[in-house]
Design a binder for this molecule. Structure first.
Ligand SMILES: Cc1cc2nc3c(=O)[nH]c(=O)nc-3n(C[C@H](O)[C@H](O)[C@H](O)COP(=O)(O)O)c2cc1C
Ligand code: SF4
Ligand code: SF4
Length: 342
């Protein structure tokens, strides 16, 4: 806000709300709409990124007073993509969001594998985290929760993303929001995107091919909007109400089934790819492929990555579930975004 007694207080309020924004209305500087500012509790003059005040056309730069310096907007120095993504759709959407943010420095913290990346001990407030996971039974996968719990943040702004297979995302995004906040992140926006269902095959399609080019464009646009929102902020002190749907206490969760895909001996070349992508180290390779059923979380990474089609479901219940989803989840759902204007 404009402090009395500062250089800015000499200007009438209308200068900030009408004249100055007009000077920069030709798109050279990102601005945030009045609606977004009101929704997110931003001051009405905060659509002026500090850079917009650089001197142009002979208008000299006003001397910054102490309180004006405090009005500096936020800067994103680095984007960190943090994800659990057995079949890769979450990773794909996070990458597209990062493209939209257009930050030079993007780091992947892939927590999918048991021996995956070591999360950094502390995230700082000039980084932007994009945290993503798939939806399992309307909730976050238990293994994703365990791995995310190793993260520690220091008011780091975060975009929260869940990917679901065109059925529903239920409580998963709310669960991610609460988890991220408890770990010290500051959620600034959220999104539920659609990815090809893990149980889908060519013959029993469920949202096959998603995220498609429309989803990818939405993810990029979303990244750009969140960047505008963050760079217009002066601080991350107040929690933002993102209106993320869900119930607490959460309901659902992936059912425990004690099943795992099988390996057909003939087409299997014992290449080891399935073992290398399994998030729970359920597969071991010797002369043939062995699966420890109790460790399997039914993520289908081994099936989708097998180059010869040797991994598949033989379990009747898994086949029934896939057919049910195929018949009942055909109507295309669209990504839902929270914390930005649609
Ligand atoms: C065990 C399990 C449970 C799932 N439950 C849901 C669900 O409740 N709703 C839904 O729409 N999709 C569900 N899916 C589909 C995944 O959320 C979806 O395919 C997602 O895109 C996978 O993300 P990934 O590619 O990052 O692994 C489930 C998948 C698995 C493996
Ligand atoms: S990825 Fe397929 S072919 Fe390779 S070892 Fe596994 S089951 Fe066999
Ligand atoms: S064995 Fe189970 S947990 Fe491992 S990759 Fe295959 S489906 Fe996923």
């Amino acid at each position: 806000m404009i402090q009395p007694g500062t250089a800015w207080s000499r200007f009438p309020a209308s200068f900030f709300t009408t004249v100055l924004p007009g000077l920069f209305s030709h798109g050279s500087f990102p601005t945030i709409s009045q609606k977004t500012r009101m929704k997110n509790g931003l001051p009405m003059c905060s659509n002026l990124p500090w850079a917009a005040l650089r001197p142009t056309n002979g208008i000299s730069k006003p001397r910054m007073t102490q309180s004006a310096q405090e009005m500096k907007t936020m800067e994103i120095k680095k984007v960190k993509l943090i994800y659990f993504s057995p079949t890769g759709t979450t990773r794909q959407v996070l990458k597209s969001i990062a493209e939209g943010i257009n930050a030079g420095d993007v780091e992947h913290i892939n927590l999918t594998l048991p021996q995956g990346a070591q999360p950094p001990s502390l995230f700082s407030s000039d980084e932007l985290a994009v945290i993503g996971a798939p939806v399992y039974g309307g909730r976050l996968p238990v293994d994703a929760i365990h791995r995310f719990k190793q993260l520690k943040a220091n008011k780091t702004p975060a975009i929260l993303i869940v990917l679901y297979g065109n059925r529903e995302f239920e409580d998963a995004l709310l669960e991610l929001q609460n988890l991220a906040s408890a770990l010290g992140f500051h959620p600034v926006a959220g999104g539920a995107f659609i990815g090809e269902h893990s149980f889908a095959t060519k013959d029993v399609p469920i949202a096959n091919g998603r995220p498609d080019s429309r989803d990818i464009q939405k993810a990029k646009d979303f990244g750009a909007k969140v960047k505008d929102k963050i760079t217009a902020l002066q601080s991350l002190n107040a929690q933002m109400d993102l209106d993320i749907p869900g119930r607490f206490p959460y309901e659902g969760g992936a059912r425990s089934m004690s099943v795992a895909p099988v390996t057909k001996e003939d087409p299997c070349t014992v290449c080891g790819t399935c073992a290398s992508v399994c998030p729970t180290a359920a597969i071991s390779i010797n002369a043939s492929v062995t699966t420890t059923i109790e460790r399997c979380i039914r993520c289908c990474a081994c099936i989708k990555s097998c180059p010869t089609g040797a991994r598949l479901w033989e379990d009747d219940m898994m086949k029934k579930i896939a057919h049910w989803l195929n018949e009942n989840c055909r109507a295309r759902k669209e990504p839902q975004l929270f914390g930005v204007d649609a």
